[in-house]
Design a protein around this ligand. Structure first.
Ligand code: FES
Ligand code: FES
Length: 135
């Protein structure tokens, strides 16, 4: 068996939700202090605070691509508060695991989605339990 499981390989080879949302309600960009790679995540939120669309772009490795592909899939259909419960460990769990030296790439996705939600909260003046202590 290789370093990466089939699910990780599938999300790396066929990433979901790549691109941009021109009229996004929130945009987050985050650069990893570990490797210097970067990720952008954008969200579209409806009147019920449900994330209806989520897209990403990354300058990162295969693990970062797989992590952000999975993270954006997990975001869609959730309320903003529910989406804030997504963490690098839940992303890795959904992917069925990442090699330990690649775990920091999932942290990149975790931070990028939180930055996108933070931007949305700033723009709308909303407050979220899950954003406490984040800036
Ligand atoms: Fe660069 Fe994973 S994002 S090694
Ligand atoms: Fe870039 Fe991992 S090397 S996030």
């Amino acid at each position: 068996m290789g370093l990466y499981n089939d699910k990780v390989m599938d999300h790396f080879m066929h990433p979901r939700n790549v691109g941009e949302i021109p009229d996004a309600d929130g945009t987050g960009v985050y650069g990893s202090p570990v490797c210097g790679d970067m990720m952008q995540v954008q969200i579209k939120v409806d009147d019920n605070d449900v994330i209806t669309d989520c897209k990403f772009k990354t300058f990162g490795c295969g693990s970062a691509i797989a992590s952000s592909s999975m993270a954006t899939e997990m975001m869609k259909g959730k309320t903003v508060e529910e989406a804030l419960k997504i963490s690098n460990s839940t992303i890795v769990d959904e992917l069925g695991g990442l090699p330990s030296q690649k775990l920091h790439c999932s942290v990149l996705a975790d931070h990028a989605i939180k930055h996108a939600i933070y931007d949305y909260a700033q723009k709308t003046g909303k407050t979220y339990e899950g954003l406490k202590g984040f800036d």
